[in-house]
Design a protein around this ligand. Structure first.
Ligand SMILES: [Fe+2]
Ligand SMILES: [Fe+2]
Length: 282
């Protein structure tokens, strides 16, 4: 087991870095009066991110009625948090759009699950009026990135994990720990640490399946709740779509009223369906 663990952590170095474009653009976005020309210059430098960004913006808000063709045009229509959201989602796409054989998820489902989690996180941030939500968006959109890494490097062991889930009725996390000595939350957090992400984001990814840890802060609680909600709606569950429940104190930590949860679920689901359908059309 130790050997597998060493191997996984060694292989993390070979995962390409998170795009520098994202860090540079997010730094510019720390300024409330950011100059959109400067921002466009930074993002345009990366053609894939620009294309993904415009595709997502068009899917989420304007359908096919009114196509947004350029970055400045998109910026003029979006709030700063929305720009942050689409930017991170556009960058995350290149990691998430990979097949995950061991987890029974197609690339499209992984991408959708992550986007769904992001959509719920975005909605929660709106409700809570969080002005700078990029930490929450990043953690939500990348929360399962550890699965990609595990799938890339430990394909064989994943068969054993699946068997344990099937035969021994273990949860996917329990089986991951038993076979690999680690789980996708720990691996994902370690990858983000190596990429130089802030501690708050790393912690939220680490905590997203751990009921004690997720309650330690608002960011981790919001990301964990977004993941629970998207799983409850059955989006991209794959092999670990086992029992998800909303921990009783999580709403208190986040600052959300019980009665607001229903609205969040309804609105989040509608937004997500819209995004999904429009993405398919493109
Ligand atoms: Fe997860
Ligand atoms: Fe997840």
């Amino acid at each position: 087991m130790v050997k597998v663990l060493d191997y996984i952590f060694e292989e993390l170095n070979s995962v390409p870095n998170f795009p520098e474009t994202a860090f540079r653009a997010l730094r510019l976005l720390e300024n409330e009066n950011v100059n959109f020309q400067d921002l466009a210059k930074v993002i345009r430098y990366d053609a894939t991110i620009t294309a993904n960004f415009l595709k997502l913006v068009n899917s989420a808000y304007f359908g096919l009625r009114r196509k947004v063709e350029s970055l400045p045009q998109a910026f003029a229509l979006l709030g700063l948090n929305q720009i942050r959201f689409f930017l991170i989602a556009a960058c995350a796409g290149q990691y998430l759009n990979k097949p995950l054989s061991g987890y029974n998820l197609s690339p499209y489902e992984v991408w959708l699950h992550s986007l769904g989690c992001g959509v719920f996180a975005e909605l929660l941030c709106e409700r809570l009026k969080i002005p700078q939500a990029d930490h929450i968006f990043t953690a939500a959109l990348l929360h399962d990135i550890g699965k990609i890494v595990l799938d890339m490097f430990v394909g064989g062991e994943l068969e054993v994990i699946k068997e344990l889930v099937r035969e021994e009725k273990l949860s996917f996390m329990e089986a991951e720990i038993m076979v690999l000595g680690t789980d996708h939350a720990v691996v994902g957090a370690e990858l983000l640490r190596r990429w130089g992400f802030p501690q708050e984001i790393i912690f939220a990814v680490r905590a997203h399946h751990d009921e004690d840890l997720m309650l330690q802060g608002r960011t981790s609680a919001t990301v964990a709740l977004a993941n629970i909600l998207v799983n409850l709606l059955g989006v991209g569950m794959g092999a670990d779509g086992l029992s998800y429940r909303v921990p009783p104190s999580i709403l208190k930590v986040i600052g959300l009223q019980d009665r607001e949860l229903f609205d969040v679920i309804t609105e989040g689901f509608a937004r997500f369906q819209n995004l999904k359908q429009n993405l398919l059309k493109q």
